[in-house]
Design a protein around this ligand. Structure first.
Ligand SMILES: *Cc1c(COP(=O)(O)O)cnc(C)c1O
Length: 230
């Protein structure tokens, strides 16, 4: 399938989800997750009109960067080891996986300006998932104020891999609730206006529940490489 055709289908689903929930489709940005595909396929995504690309490993990002440079807006969506911050920080516009103070400290130190960060929250409680526990979120946001290069642009979550719509919906609703709680703090460092949630198998529900960024790999660009998920 051509990316442009997949993009049409994805946009249609997003339009329908917005229609069903009274939202404006323009509020929803599509991030094409290119971790499973070649540089040529990533380039095809850009030619199809996609602006935002996501990678989840520093080496994958470096490889694509070498060819595509800063043409796309880059999103780092994977778990980030502190020692690898220096490899990615100058290449990305958004970090979706901020989940600990040691990482914030390193990002703050290495960045040459403010970094748009998403705090990754483990709303599903699955042990295999990374992210902050919801109960620790507000204290974490307050503590981040000490790092002047960290801007809490939003929250991110990964829902469980399941067909259970109610379970998915509850996860996304929980993240929306947490977003409102962060906004209530009214901190300049944490406008928290974005919600990064929804992947190939659940983005329709995520959009219905308020996602402003969906991270879509398989359904948009496909899945052609063996990549280790972290
Ligand atoms: C791989 C990945 C995605 C995209 O997954 P698909 O199911 O292929 O759409 C989204 N978010 C994160 C954090 C990922 O690692």
């Amino acid at each position: 399938m051509r990316v442009i055709d997949n993009l049409d289908s994805v946009k249609k689903v997003i339009d329908e989800a917005c229609e069903a929930s009274g939202r404006n489709p323009e509020e929803v940005k599509i991030i094409a997750v290119t971790k499973y595909v070649s540089i040529d396929r990533a380039r095809e995504a850009l030619e199809a009109g996609i602006v935002h690309l996501g990678e989840n490993r520093d080496d994958g990002l470096a490889q694509k960067w070498e060819h595509l440079g800063d043409k796309p807006v880059w999103h780092y969506i994977g778990t980030l080891q502190t020692r690898k911050v220096k490899n990615v920080i100058d290449k990305i516009s958004y970090l979706h996986s901020l989940d600990r103070l040691s990482l914030a400290k390193e990002v703050d130190k290495r960045a040459s300006g403010k970094v748009n960060c998403f705090i990754q929250v483990n709303v599903s409680g699955e042990e295999s998932k990374h992210g902050l526990q919801p109960g620790g979120l507000l204290d974490f946001v307050r503590e981040l104020q000490q790092y002047s290069n960290i801007l809490v642009d939003g929250l991110m979550t990964m829902a469980p891999y399941t067909e259970d719509e109610e379970l998915l919906r509850n996860c996304f609703r929980e993240l929306k609730k947490l977003q409102l709680a962060v906004q209530e703090l009214k901190l300049d460092s944490a406008p928290c206006s974005e919600l990064s949630m929804g992947m190939s198998n659940d983005y329709r529900i995520a959009v219905e529940e308020g996602a402003t960024m969906v991270r879509i790999g398989t359904a948009l660009v496909g899945h052609e490489l063996e990549v280790q998920d972290k």
